[in-house]
Design a protein around this ligand. Sequence first.
Ligand code: XLS
Ligand code: NI
Ligand code: NI
Length: 437
Amino acid sequence: MKSTFPNIKTIAYEGPNSKNPLAFKHYQADEIVEGKTMREHLRFAVVYWHTFRGTGSDPFGAGTMQRPWDDGSNSVANAQKRVRVAFEFIQKLGAPYYCWHDRDVAPEGKNLKETNRNFDAVAKVLKAEQQRTGTKLLWGTANLFSHPRFVHGASTSCNADVFAFAACQVKKAMEVTHELGGEGYTFWGGREGYMTLLNTDMKREQEHLAKFLHLAVAHKKAIGFKGQFYIEPKPKEPTKHQYDSDAAACLNFLREYDLLPHFKLNIETNHATLAGHTMQHDLEVAGAAGALGSIDANTGDELLGWDTDQFPTNIYLTTYTMLSVLKYGGFKTGGVNFDAKVRRESFEPVDLFYAHIGGMDAFARGLKIAAAIRKDGRLAEFVKQRYSSWESGIGAKIEAGKVGFKELETYMLKKGEVTPNVSGRQEFLENLINEFI
Ligand code: XLS
Ligand code: NI
Ligand code: NI
């Protein structure tokens, strides 16, 4: 096949002094950090939707990105051609993984049967390209939000037929993920939420969402799919309130409906910030519950209040992200998935390379800095010391469940006043982090 990017060679590592914009300055796939290669730690994935389907359109204007490889049609042949372009891009970048929604890769037909047939025809090419290049599928997902039938949501729609249609779509997307050796499957609640409570039976909708996920768990077992299921929290957009609003809400939902053993969370930076949290906050909430699965790496704009899905280049962000990821044992099935898009103004294909190279380098630096902070040990030691009153004496007794209010009263009446508190040293710790950045 003719190359789509003939002037771009495989992106190589040239080191921090390189001035070549088409080279890595920090991501060296085989470099060992904390006993694993960077490739194994970061498990980078390219998303099909933004990178190969993004047009640059916004509510005020049409697409700006006329891709030379795309004939603009909705045909299966065009979709198949696009797959080959996508794999040339992913291979040149050196990302080991990619992710898709069903409708990114294959066009919707005139009915479900034709839609599934289209999907199979494109999946065949995906499989061949995966084999040719060694690229793997991190996770698949179904688009249950673009088509007008999902106007009121998918599994939480007021219309039972929509629930049924969504089930068919997820069934098929899971089967194709399985067929392509996908290591996971993600549920992002598209329009699973409400625009107004005036027309919404929230309890019923949430029960339907839980029912839907239970059916997916059952089907996973039925087809023998061993990949990890993820829920991706997001608080709003497109709806006013999405039921999977943040990590804590997702965990509570999963626990309430006995789904927790079957799911981990896929935490997205821009979603965490839309929820009024930092990325690190949601990673810590997920990690503490043993449910940190994967991340959608991007970033928002501090001055814009929506999901701008920009490429992450902020070293503090990637450092804090990797500190939490390493703390909870690193990615197992998940990875760093660039759910990010180039700006509407960055409409040339080469911008896709610059964007991913920048994101990969930012994460490589975050990984190296986080590992250095961990090796130095002062941060962890400070936190350990801060909680040292729990290691022995009354603290250890409370944690072990050996004392009640009565014993605590006896203890404190005798002691009279608490041991003096010590400083939290926030500024000292912020300076410590800056020593490494
Ligand atoms: C949208 C979500 C979406 C999911 C996959 O905001 O981030 O892209 O990652 O459905
Ligand atoms: Ni996402
Ligand atoms: Ni998003």
